[in-house]
Design a protein. Structure first.
Length: 86
């Protein structure tokens, strides 16, 4: 099976912007409309905004904490993202 097409969507916070650059460099990037999975980078507010924005896409959304509050988010780690998404 091929790797999923990933769309990274990041909050405006500096930590989220740095994370999206690093993840995109390692895993590539497609627009959310073409993605098999969407990865939200930010805090809980950004995760909820992402869920709302792409609810009609019917694709999984995986959140990684790069914000202030991240109760809904997974730990931010660059290695083995594809394994975690599977």
């Amino acid at each position: 099976m091929s790797d999923p097409r990933i769309a990274f969507v990041a909050a405006t916070a500096p930590a989220a912007q740095t994370a999206v650059k690093r993840l995109t460099a390692k895993y590539g990037q497609v627009p959310p409309e073409q993605a098999d999975v969407i990865v939200a980078l930010g805090g809980d507010g950004h995760m909820l905004e992402t869920l709302h924005a792409y609810l009609d896409r019917d694709v999984p959304i995986y959140g990684m904490n790069r914000g202030t509050v991240g109760f809904l988010m997974n730990e931010y780690r660059i290695p083995n993202l594809l394994k975690r998404l599977a």
